[in-house]
Ligand binder design. Sequence first.
Ligand code: PXP
Length: 243
Amino acid sequence: MTIIKLGVNIDHIATVRQARKGFEPDPAAAAVIVELAGADSIVCHLREDRRHIQDRDVYVLKETVSTRLNLEMGLADEIIDIALKSKPHQVTLVPEKREELTTEGGLDAVQFKEKLQKIVPVFHQNGIVVSIFVDPERDQIQAAKLVRADMVEIHTGRYANAKNAEDVRVELHKLAEAAMMARNVRLGVAAGHGLNYRNVGPVTKIMEIEELNIGHSIISRAVLTGLERAVREMKEAINRKNY
Ligand code: PXP
């Protein structure tokens, strides 16, 4: 049985911090705990609107992450500059719209072929592995190969949002086909988006998938499973009385 790696997206640690624009919780502290728990990489998305991860986080994470830092990013020049300066181990190129709540689909690697052909070698010259987040479609996988990406991350959002058993089956089949296509052209294969504790199982049966990137459901669970201890510790702090 092959072991599937887990990349943990810690954006929403920063989302909570940005609610107060203060210092806690710190994504770098979260990354240490995530790594101690066994994660294989740390993922964060530096969005153009800086709604969660800030520029400084990327630099601090690059210094502190001991596994791999996978920086999700759009194709804006300003963000590309930061990636080239901070030199994460890997970038995952994603589409980005300001008004979206989260990344809504794969990057259209066919449409952005020329831009990708220019930028992928620049990342490579800087020692950065390039992954492209794509929908599970043949022409997207082919375009990712054409622009010399090292790997693809297959978008699992439509599978995760499927409303009935038949749609789940259809979407799972698309994921499996896309993973096989990618493997056949020697691209590394990751997958992610919308995966949670209930829907991850069937995806793990797709043999070509080497890594899953998961964020929201892990951070959501952490908030709930950690809440009891957090309240107990505050009660202790209030009642310590020996200040
Ligand atoms: N992979 C990519 C490319 C993403 O954009 C995201 C969301 O930031 C994820 C994985 C993680 O998705 P989720 O937070 O739904 O687990």
